[in-house]
Design a protein around this ligand. Structure first.
Ligand code: ATP
Length: 621
């Protein structure tokens, strides 16, 4: 698989910088896709050779047919009847059969190899896109809806996949067929040839225009299908909310509207394509009628034979389909250009957070984490500072607690340490090294964040816990889940650690999910660990036991605990009270109580929840 990613990435990166800057321009996109196709020279060569073979054999058929008709004519004229006449027909009949069968084989080979090239390119692109999506920064994923990325991986990828068979191979096939066919007919009889070909320009023009118009509506249809998939995805993700609020009717209406929008566009497509089919068929039969009329006159005048007329009519029948396919070919170019430019836009997307040139692996010595005058705004909302002048220091073995009202910036502070986002001002250092100069892989190995939202993968509990260390021994996994107070519950399940959880597995309660996340984090043995409100859904008694485990775990690392429930934080070496992105109070539990400020207010509120005075002084906004 890594080879395939490598091949794709090489192919994609091989484009020059100039190309990248002119990205989106159709020709460059097509050249880039063509180069990706040429990375499979053997299949490309086989596809082109089979196409040439199939065309040559196909062009032989009208000639053979014409000759067979003429031979029959001659036999009848010479008064040959019965077995001799039948024998005279055997040779052209068998020849025709043989040529047709061989042509079928060549066409089969052409389709096989052309499809194979397309599928290989699609496979490589799919992996390259997936690889890119894994590496793109959080700020990108904040902006782009996952439904749009999924559609990109299905519809746009298909537009690039079919480029080789529907565009490149068809160019060769159509130009040979129409070119040699036209030359043969015109050189045989210029007048009849020109009349027989009279439908070609009209059909080519008409089907190209139609396909381009269809293309425009198709792009719009794709957008509408994207919206439809977004509505469906959100509905499925939020199915419990929908049911809890009895919002089925509203959701149905929303889906119906999106679905109807897509239907309208599909109708537009039918409106464009049906008249085109009728017009091109009419023009073809009109030309055929003319050929018959002129041809019969020439036949009567003795200018041509019946066989020649039959050759012309067969040529026309053979040419009809490819000429109509000119439109499809034009569409395949246009589609590949649009779909390709969208895919390349993703692949060329700058990764905002990546290793700086010369980045060094993180080697922890003293294990000191420092926030030095850090300020931060989310990309896209730069004028809204989320963190302002945050400074603090934590040493190995110390626990820093962060409290504050919702939305004050606590999680944001945590997300800056593993560089989910980069600081806008100031610096975060570990042992004096700016984290922007450390390789991401080593930084994220040393910094673990137990996220607020406990996400489960659809796999066993064991795999979920050992996600960061898949080769961990069973005992370690069990120890981590014991610390997270989950071990006994897991043992009570019929399949124990082998129980499959996640979207299509057994459900865990909110608290159990949080405990699993804590166990997953404890497996990593990081130097800096953040527990981001990770016990909010856990009952008081269990939380006490987890607190003891976290304290043991915190002994040889920097621990940051973000929590609303102060009982979890009282032992912290330093508590930071954050409000509106600023540290407004700091100190130990006792120091902050003595200050009688915001922290004390919040503390009193949690001790005496109904007390109006406490609410008035509380830290909750
Ligand atoms: N990805 C994002 N893009 C833009 N703004 C964001 C993003 N994530 C959070 N914010 C904004 O940043 C502010 C701080 O959010 P943050 O999640 O850090 O708060 P918090 O103190 O952890 O809140 P809570 O206690 O509710 O978890 C909020 O106003 C939020 O709307």
């Amino acid at each position: 698989m890594s080879n395939a990613i490598g091949t794709a990435t090489n192919a994609l990166n091989s484009s020059t910088h100039a190309e990248a800057t002119r990205r989106g321009r159709g020709l460059n996109t097509l050249l880039r896709i063509t180069r990706m196709n040429l990375r499979h020279p053997r299949q490309v060569a086989f596809a082109f050779c089979s196409t040439i073979g199939a065309v040559i054999l196909q062009l032989l058929i009208p000639q053979l047919l014409g000759r067979a008709v003429d031979q029959t004519q001659l036999a009848i004229g010479d008064g040959v009847t019965g077995t001799t006449a039948e024998q005279a027909l055997w040779t052209p009949a068998l020849l025709l059969l043989g040529v047709s069968a061989l042509r079928g084989l060549f066409t089969m080979a052409q389709n096989y190899f052309a499809e194979a090239v397309g599928h290989h390119v699609a496979y490589e692109l799919r992996l390259a896109c997936y690889d890119k999506i894994q590496r793109l920064s959080f700020s990108y994923h904040d902006r782009v809806h996952s439904g749009d990325l999924i559609m990109l991986g299905i519809l746009d990828l298909d537009g690039v996949r079919t480029y080789f068979s529907n565009a490149l191979v068809r160019v060769l096939l159509l130009s040979m067929l129409i070119g040699i066919g036209a030359y043969t007919m015109i050189s045989t009889d210029p007048v009849l040839g020109l009349v027989a070909l009279s439908f070609v320009p009209f059909v080519a023009w008409r089907s190209s225009v139609t396909q381009l118009r269809l293309r425009a509506t198709w792009l719009d249809l794709q957008e509408r299908l994207s919206v439809l998939s977004r509505v469906m995805e959100e509905n499925l993700a939020g199915i419990r909310v929908v049911r809890a609020f009895s919002a089925q009717a509203y959701e149905m209406l929303k889906f119906d509207r999106a679905s109807k929008n897509a239907l309208d566009r599909a109708h537009d497509q039918v409106d464009v394509s049906v008249p085109n089919t009728s017009a091109t068929t009419l023009s073809f039969f009109f030309a055929m009628g003319l050929v018959l009329w002129i041809g019969c006159n020439k036949l009567i005048a003795g200018d041509i034979t019946v066989g020649t007329l039959a050759t012309f009519l067969t040529f026309m029948t053979i040419l009809q389909m490819p000429v109509r396919q000119i439109g499809l070919m034009v569409n395949a170019f246009a589609r590949a250009s649009t779909c390709g430019s969208r895919l390349f836009a993703l692949l060329d997307q700058d990764i905002a957070i990546r290793d700086a040139p010369g980045a060094r692996p993180l080697e922890i010595s003293e294990g000191i984490l420092r926030f030095d005058n850090v300020s931060f705004a989310y990309p896209g909302t730069e004028n809204r500072a989320i963190l302002k002048n945050i400074s603090f220091e934590a040493r190995r073995g110390e626990t820093i607690a962060i409290v504050g009202p919702p939305g004050s910036g606590k999680s944001t502070m945590a997300h800056l340490i593993p560089r989910f986002y980069d600081v806008s001002g100031g610096a975060i250092t570990i042992d004096g090294h700016d984290i922007r100069g450390i390789t991401l892989a080593t930084l994220r190995k040393m910094v673990a964040v137990a996220q607020q939202d406990a996400f489960l993968f659809t796999t066993t509990i064991e795999n979920n816990i050992a996600y960061g260390d898949p080769w961990a021994r069973e005992q370690r996994i069990e120890r981590a889940s014991e610390s997270a107070q989950l071990h006994n519950y897991i043992l009570s399940l019929p399949s124990g650690y082998e129980t499959v959880v996640g979207e299509r597995g057994a459900s865990l309660s909110g608290g159990q999910r949080q405990r699993l996340t804590i166990a997953r984090t404890m497996m990593l043995r990081p130097s800096i660990v953040v527990f981001d409100d990770s016990t909010a859904a856990i009952d008081g008694a269990t939380e006490q036991r987890i607190r003891a485990a976290i304290r043991r775990f915190a002994k040889d690392r920097v621990t940051i605990i973000i929590a609303h429930r102060l009982s979890l934080l009282t032992h912290a070496d330093q508590i930071l009270f954050v409000d509106n992105g600023e540290i407004v109070e700091r100190g130990t539990h006792q120091e902050l109580l003595a200050k009688r400020g915001r922290y004390k207010g919040l503390h009193d509120l949690q001790l005496r929840p109904g007390d109006d005075n406490a609410i008035a002084n509380g830290g909750v906004t």
